[in-house]
Design a protein around this ligand. Structure first.
Ligand code: ADE
Length: 239
């Protein structure tokens, strides 16, 4: 997968791209990331990318010209595939594992990191394919959101993680949260690992894990269980 990122702060991505699984995915040739500094696409002495909002009010708005020019420049050089263009912004639709799976199937993503009070509305109307938010809170810019999206997408691309199992067993893969995990020692400060996990009986262990997934989800995210119920009802209607 190729990911192009348009940002005012390319150096924010440095550590992220040079560590752990994201680094490995690039080394394996599964992921390629190109950073584009939005200021490169300005034509004035001060490399201005923003301006005051029409109608007044506080803050600055990112101008349409450098964003359109950046996208056209990046896409113009492509012969084969056109990228799926995403604007990261708190006004977008909420990112979840279902959307991550959909994005992981694409060959090419182009992420635009918003900043300041936002971007000119004509960018949203005429340049991008979709607007995504990583949660109901406001960050200073879209860079951290872009990193969250890339991280979640990359780790589910086949061949990136060592074992396909670890993706299949993730929280949210089947909507429910994951079961509790334990490692050695079997007793730590008097707190014991559940007996069943030491039993070696895999049928019993699987049953315990399935029950725990429901129990944990019921306790922490009851809204997800409602989703499972709706999905099951949907499936029954189709059958
Ligand atoms: N930019 C600022 N806040 C954001 C959010 N919650 N999600 C995506 N991009 C953002």
């Amino acid at each position: 997968m190729q990911v192009d990122i348009i940002t005012l702060f390319p150096s924010m991505f440095k550590g992220f791209l040079e560590e752990s699984i994201i680094k490995r995915a690039q080394d394996k040739g599964i992921l390629r990331v190109n950073l584009h500094n939005l200021r490169q696409f300005t034509h004035n002495r001060h490399k201005t990318v923003d301006d005051l909002p029409f109608g007044g009010g506080g803050g600055m708005v990112i101008k349409p010209e450098p964003l359109f020019e950046a996208v056209e420049n990046i896409v113009g050089g492509r012969v084969k595939s056109t990228p799926h263009i995403i604007l990261l912004s708190p006004q977008g639709t909420s990112l979840n594992q279902e959307k991550i799976k959909e994005l992981a199937s694409k060959d090419n993503l182009l992420l635009i990191c918003g900043h300041y009070e936002g971007v000119d509305e004509r960018v949203k109307e005429h340049l991008i394919d979709e607007e995504i938010s990583i949660g109901d809170y406001v960050l200073t810019g879209g860079e951290l959101a872009a990193m969250v999206l890339i991280d979640a997408v990359t780790r589910i691309i086949p061949g990136v993680l060592g074992s396909e199992n670890s993706v299949r067993e993730d929280s949210f893969y089947d909507i429910l949260l994951d079961y509790p995990q334990y490692t050695r020692p079997a007793i730590f400060r008097g707190w014991k690992v559940p007996e069943v996990l030491l039993s070696g009986n895999h049928q019993k262990i699987n049953y315990w894990r399935k029950r725990k997934k429901i129990e944990v989800t019921l306790k922490k995210r009851p809204d997800l269980l409602k989703k499972v119920k709706l999905k099951q009802e949907d499936k029954q209607k189709q059958d």
